[in-house]
Design a binder for this molecule. Structure first.
Ligand code: FAD
Ligand code: NAP
Length: 303
């Protein structure tokens, strides 16, 4: 019987593993890929406090698993495929094993949806981005395209308009689905040019993005841009817990300030939880909060 099982080895899960094991809890972390999480896809991360020289996501995350293991956190390369609550404890199934715990921390993160244009994957990290807060700074006084018509695309376009020289906002229909108040701000921002009824056919460049080809009203149009930001929705990785805990209308796990979910003993941390700002530092903070409160719960309930 473990005190804590953590599912997901991104910044939230690894920090939870570090805190829980350092506080003396018998801790297991399950990660289906290599530990590190989605930030390992990013070529540069400049906003993790205390790490002043620019590092890639992979470099930043390199020592996190070992730091948790140093205090006894077991890390296994296994995918959790099912979670069950039985009396006061949890059962986590992987394709080959079954583990039991007194508490559970779900930290399976989120995945940005792809728009599906040619070159999208090849140029990710080389001009195609899914995070304006993370990468916007690299486009100071440059030209960027933002794809999408929802709240995220419009809010991020406004954010980018304060950094970039010009923002093309490209939407596949002639109406945004974002809140009217946000649309109003978009229409009033001089350096945002809206292109309706357009989809991106392909992105081109050499080592880095140099432009895009649009399908616009049945014709192809070339636009010179330095970067492409894709905001066509996020997939919250909630499959394992969607029948166990309350979710909000976007599928994010509802939590309180202790990262407690609606299921006793089950905590959520990082991108998967409601109102997450979807940043590494925030995910790490959530992981620490969840682990500390999980151990307080074990003590209080005398499990
Ligand atoms: P994740 O990092 O998504 O980790 C979740 C982990 O759970 C993954 O490793 C996944 O494999 C694992 N997992 C999922 N399901 C299972 C399962 N069933 N069983 C076992 N394991 C499972 N943030 C910043 O602060 N600064 C940046 O500059 C920045 N740049 C970014 C650039 C890119 C390209 C991307 C995609 C994101 C960027 N972010 C950045 C956001 C940041 O990466 C996330 O906010 C952060 O990684 C969230 O951490 P997490 O631990 O909640 O989830
Ligand atoms: P979203 O509302 O699902 O919007 C996705 C947008 O991307 C839509 O405009 C959609 O077009 C477009 N799209 C989808 N697939 C595409 C593709 N393959 N190619 C081109 N365009 C594509 O996603 P979101 O903006 O991330 O928001 C998610 C939820 O969070 C929403 O409910 C939103 O209201 C909420 N949210 C709220 C706030 C806030 O309250 N401040 C901020 C951010 C997000 P169509 O319109 O044609 O479908």
């Amino acid at each position: 019987m473990y005190d804590v099982i953590i599912i997901g080895g991104g910044p939230a899960g690894l920090t939870a593993g570090l805190y829980a094991s350092r506080l003396g809890a018998k801790t297991l972390l399950l990660e289906k890929l290599t530990p590190g999480g989605q930030i390992t896809l990013s070529s540069e991360i400049e906003n993790y406090p205390g790490v002043c020289d620019v590092k890639s996501g992979l470099e930043l995350m390199m020592c996190w698993p070992a730091q948790a293991q140093k205090f006894g956190c077991e890390i296994k390369s296994e995918e959790a495929v099912k979670i069950q609550k039985e009396n006061s404890h949890f059962i986590v199934k992987t394709p080959k094993n079954e583990y039991k715990s007194k508490t559970l921390i779900i930290a399976t993160g989120s995945t940005p949806k792809k728009a599906g244009f040619e070159g999208e994957i090849e140029y990710t990290g080389k001009g195609v981005s899914y995070c304006a807060v993370c990468d916007g700074f690299f486009y100071k006084d440059k030209i960027v395209a933002v794809i999408g018509g929802g709240d995220t695309a419009l809010e991020e376009a406004l954010y980018l308009s304060k950094i970039a020289k010009k923002v093309y906002l490209i939407h596949r229909r002639d109406k945004f689905r974002a809140a009217p108040v946000t649309q109003k701000k978009i229409f009033e921002t001089e350096n945002i040019e809206i292109i309706f009824n357009a989809t991106v056919k392909k992105v081109f460049g050499n080592q880095f993005v140099e432009g895009i080809i649009l399908n616009l009203n049945g014709e192809e149009k070339e636009l010179k841009v330095d970067g492409v930001f894709v905001f066509v929705g996020m997939k919250v990785n909630n499959e394992l817990v969607k029948d166990l805990v309350e979710l909000n209308e976007w599928g994010e796990v509802k939590v309180n300030l202790k990262m407690e979910t609606s299921q006793k003993g089950l905590y959520a941390a990082g991108d998967i939880r409601e109102d997450s700002v979807k940043q590494v530092v925030a995910a790490a903070g959530d992981g620490a909060t969840a682990a500390i409160n999980a151990l307080k719960y074990i003590e209080k309930e005398e499990l």
